[in-house]
Design a protein around this ligand. Sequence first.
Ligand code: MN
Length: 220
Amino acid sequence: MAFMLPDLPYSYESLEPHIDARTMEIHHKNHHGTYVKNLNAAIEGYPEMEGMEIEHMLMDLKKIPEKIRTAVRNNGGGHFNHTLFWSLMHPGKGGEPSGKFAESMHEHFHSFDDFKASFKKAALGRFGSGWVWLAMNKKHKMSIISTPNQDSPLMDKNHRIIMGLDVWEHAYYLKYQFKRADYVDAWWHVVDWEEVARRYDWFMEHSGVSEIRPRQPRAA
Ligand code: MN
């Protein structure tokens, strides 16, 4: 059983002009593809890790054999984060969230604009490579969290990830160069708030942190 690079549910050019086709292609095929390849190489020869879900590996890194722990953290983290990231975007989306998720967001951040401002501030404040997340703890308190490299709030076991934005330069440099702020502003145009709200609803209905969708496809 090997991890697989999931297909995107949309074409590389379909997020234009906000995210350009070349960036999407390189990001998916090469960057994400390499994380998957390196993850599979790392766990080869460790039959006890066969069939394990990627999120369970990441939530319990100390249980991963020390020799491959860093490789699993970086490449497994890269695989999980990107699989999630692709699922949060869709052509023709953007706009504003609605429903119970929107109500909770307003309670936590006052308004959608204030939420976006805080999220952007965290994205710009991440020095070097990393991610910014909207996460929720076991008491359903939301917070914006930034992590370096391919780490995520999944790794502290106390948080579930509602949404996340890749702020590595590979995610935006071809089109936006050093202007990470412009990339963040553009990204809101492709966020699929229905998917974000679906994740929120799912976490509200299920206790624990052990089931973090989306599921990771694997080869038979
Ligand atoms: Mn990336």
